[in-house]
Design a protein around this ligand. Structure first.
Ligand code: C2E
Ligand code: MG
Ligand code: MG
Ligand code: MG
Length: 283
């Protein structure tokens, strides 16, 4: 019954999307060709241990470089891909690509890296079973399941909370970690916290940029980090741009740091040299 509900929500969403404007339609046409034409690539943003500065993992971020329009932001094309119903295909491509990259790094001596991949909630409502798809990709590529983490952003589609919980649990049962992305920005983050199985909270960039902009800003970031600790979840801060933010987050007990201060999204080879530089510095 709840599966039915999920589909209804999905088709309602599709219907609503019929009011798209011309620019979106042009992008939609371009997007249809982009997968076939190999216009996508993935960049990786490093995540560091807050206390040791060690490389902990990376977040895979999708990039689209259109031959004439140039680079198009995922904040623009992901929602269109969702509306078009091609996010399943695109999401699968990213998962395959990222898992293959993690194995390639391992073969080049970069071990124990966590690969975090963004997954759209709509990937749960497609015709393929996402947990099964992930399991197949892990086996295919030869990646240990505990090296993969999926990042989920709160969305209206999560209203189907029982179904979402079951879906996430099946992925978690594989040994894959689950991260709640952009934590604190949605409607019901706190209630999801209670109802959904996950391992990591990603403190949204907006809380990080509030740091040292007045007392309350600090309080919110610190409170969310404390809450994560009390719930025995890991906490990642995203969008860390200054030393001040880094210091406060680390002192508050945030586990991992991601942001332009320590590393922008970069090509796979640059992650490799970054890790080698760090190792050289440490020895
Ligand atoms: P997100 O998952 O919250 O990813 C973090 C975004 O913040 C990335 O933007 C990253 O480049 C940016 N960022 C990281 N550090 C900083 C910083 O210090 N300052 C600032 N100002 N920004 C920072 P990006 O790559 O443009 O991605 C935007 C969003 O698009 C992502 O937000 C995610 O929701 C979505 N996205 C990206 N790749 C994928 C994908 O493969 N699948 C899905 N479903 N969504 C994706
Ligand atoms: Mg993310
Ligand atoms: Mg995020
Ligand atoms: Mg965010």
């Amino acid at each position: 019954q709840s599966k039915e509900q999920g589909r209804n929500q999905f088709s309602r969403y599709n219907r609503a999307s019929h009011s798209r404007n011309g620019a979106d339609l042009a992008l939609e046409t371009a997007l249809r060709q982009a997968l076939d034409n190999d216009e996508f690539h993935v960049v990786y943003q490093p995540q560091f241990q807050a206390r040791t500065g060690e490389l902990h993992g990376v977040e895979a971020l999708l990039r689209w470089n259109h031959p004439t329009l140039g680079p198009i932001s995922p904040t623009t094309f992901i929602p269109i891909a969702e509306q078009m119903g091609v996010i399943g295909e695109l999401g699968r491509w990213v998962l395959q690509h990222a898992c293959r990259q993690a194995v390639s790094w391992r073969e080049q001596g970069l071990h124990n890296i966590t690969m975090a991949v963004n997954v759209s909630v709509q990937q749960f409502y497609g015709t393929v079973d996402l947990a099964e798809q992930i399991r197949t990709i892990l086996v295919d590529k030869g990646l240990a399941s505990d090296r993969l983490e999926i990042e989920i952003t709160e969305s209206l589609f999560m209203q189907n909370i029982d179904e979402m919980r079951a879906n996430l649990q099946r992925i978690r049962d594989l040994g894959v970690k689950i991260s709640l992305d952009d934590f604190g920005t949605g409607f019901s983050s706190l209630s999801y916290l209670r109802q959904l199985p996950f391992d990591t909270i990603k403190l949204d960039r907006s809380f990080v940029s509030d740091i040292n902009q007045g007392r309350e800003g600090n309080t919110l970031a610190i409170t969310i980090i404390n809450m994560a600790q009390n719930l025995h979840k890991k906490c990642v801060a995203e969008g860390v741009e200054t030393e001040e933010q880094l210091n406060l987050l680390r002192d508050a007990g945030c586990d991992y740091i991601q942001g332009y201060l320590l590393g922008k999204p970069m090509d796979a080879d640059d992650i490799l040299s970054l890790s080698q530089q760090r190792r050289a510095k440490a020895s």
